[in-house]
Design a binder for this molecule. Structure first.
Ligand SMILES: Nc1ncnc2c1ncn2[C@@H]1O[C@H](COP(=O)(O)OP(=O)(O)OP(=O)(O)O)[C@@H](O)[C@H]1O
Ligand SMILES: [Mg+2]
Length: 140
């Protein structure tokens, strides 16, 4: 089966001042097309770090992150932005919504970024949020 996501010897080292922290250390991973995969591990194991690399939110310190045959670890900021907009869907651990926009306005933003975006009203109806459309995030 073709691999849709492949990580080869990936490391991620965070530097804070003088200190270095190796969050990922030589990770190899292969995910086949069409598979539903769960990444499980204790807090601090590096799950978000790993997902940030696959999602194009961050780049590895070394190693390759290959998505659909393309090594995204070599992408510049511009290519990564386009990759995030067009190729991946990402649900953040700490949801990144804009507090000064309503629920509907937050969802409508997607139309500025992607082609063929879902209708915002339809998208909100699908998750049972129609009645909350005009509320602000802190009112939910
Ligand atoms: N930006 C950063 N700077 C420095 N250290 C970081 C940074 N991000 C994560 N870390 C450290 O890297 C390690 C892995 O963090 P990560 O957030 O990937 O863990 P996690 O498995 O997602 O944990 P949780 O289950 O709590 O979400 C942790 O020790 C964390 O403190
Ligand atoms: Mg996490």
């Amino acid at each position: 089966m073709a691999k849709i996501v492949e990580l080869k010897n990936v490391t991620k080292v965070y530097k804070t001042g003088e200190r270095e922290f190796r969050a990922l250390d030589g990770v190899d991973l292969g995910i086949e097309k069409g598979k539903f995969v769960v990444i499980l591990g204790p807090s601090g194991a590096g799950k978000s770090t790993l997902l940030n690399l696959i999602g194009g939110m961050d780049i590895p310190t070394s190693g390759q992150v290959i998505v659909d045959g393309e090594d995204i670890s070599k992408y510049n900021e511009d290519k990564l932005s386009r990759y995030r907009a067009a190729t991946v869907g990402f649900i953040f651990q700490f949801y990144n919504i804009l507090p000064t926009l309503t629920v509907l306005e937050n969802v409508e933003l997607v139309k500025d970024i992607v082609k063929n975006a879902l209708d915002p009203h339809e998208a909100l109806a699908k998750v049972g949020l129609t009645e909350q459309e005009n509320k602000f995030p802190n009112q939910l």
